[in-house]
Ligand binder design. Structure first.
Ligand SMILES: C[S@@+](CC[C@H](N)C(=O)[O-])C[C@H]1O[C@@H](n2cnc3c(N)ncnc32)[C@H](O)[C@@H]1O
Length: 235
């Protein structure tokens, strides 16, 4: 349950995690260029307490839930990228998709499986930058929420190619991320994305089909919700 005590534990965890994140220090990025060591440490130090995982809200993200209300994904093959504790993957499955969900950290994957023991979601430990070959072109819907903004900007081109590779012809990539203006600096993680960064995800046959700039509310900062489409090959 999320109460004041949960909030205190989360605040303490954030302090602890910031202290061991080399990307929080100027010039520290070389120590863990893909932040893999840090992501592993997050789940290990959390020791099964979701308060220790800064992004774990234990509900589907409201901007994904809202998108699902307006789109039918019944029967689609969906992939949830960087699935964390599984809430978004479960929302995709509840909306009728056949879902594969993966995270770099095996501990996160095991935790998601434990949280949803009856789940139809196929949870896998895998690396976005070294994903199983059979995922190439295998998904009608690829969903990514908050993983790109957690990666150093230098990795975005490689991440974009990986995301595009998963999308089947005629399929879609849905990206939800915090937004920032072009001139707004973001020295420390997470790094909200600029519109130009979102646009760079249109690679390898993906076309930006829609981009929503969703203003901040009392409970949510400004976000992008972007859809990319991969054309069917001409017959
Ligand atoms: C900011 S969290 C977001 C988690 C989830 N999407 C959510 O919104 O709750 C980013 C997730 O991506 C995972 N991740 C980081 N690098 C990854 C990589 N190279 N391949 C797969 N997952 C990765 C992390 O372990 C973490 O669970």
């Amino acid at each position: 349950m999320r109460d004041a005590e949960f909030g205190d534990r989360r605040a303490r965890a954030r302090e602890r995690l910031d202290a061991i994140d080399p990307h929080m220090r100027e010039g520290g990025a070389e120590a863990d260029p893909q932040r893999k060591g840090w992501f592993e440490a997050v789940y290990e130090l959390a020791a099964d307490d979701p308060a220790g995982v800064p992004w774990a809200n234990l509900i589907p993200h409201p901007l994904l839930a809202q998108w699902l209300e307006g789109h039918s994904i019944e029967g689609l093959r969906a992939l949830d990228v960087g699935c964390g504790l599984g809430d978004n993957a479960e929302a995709l499955a509840a909306a009728g998709a056949e879902v594969t969900a993966f995270d770099l950290v095996p501990r996160a994957v095991e935790w998601a499986q434990r949280r949803f023991p009856q789940s139809a979601v196929r949870y896998r430990a895998a690396d976005l930058f070294d994903a199983p070959a059979e995922w190439r072109g295998a998904f009608d819907l690829v969903h990514e929420l908050y993983t790109l903004q957690a990666l150093p900007a230098a990795l975005l081109p490689q991440a974009a190619r990986a995301l595009a590779s998963f999308v089947a012809p005629g399929g879609k990539l849905l990206v939800i991320a915090r937004a920032r203006d072009e001139g707004q600096q973001s020295a420390r993680p997470p790094w909200p994305l600029t519109q130009a960064q979102i646009e760079t995800l249109a690679v390898d046959g993906l076309r930006l089909a829609s981009l929503q700039d969703i203003p901040a509310t009392d409970s949510l900062v400004r976000h992008w919700r972007a859809e990319f489409a991969k054309e069917e090959p001409a017959k």
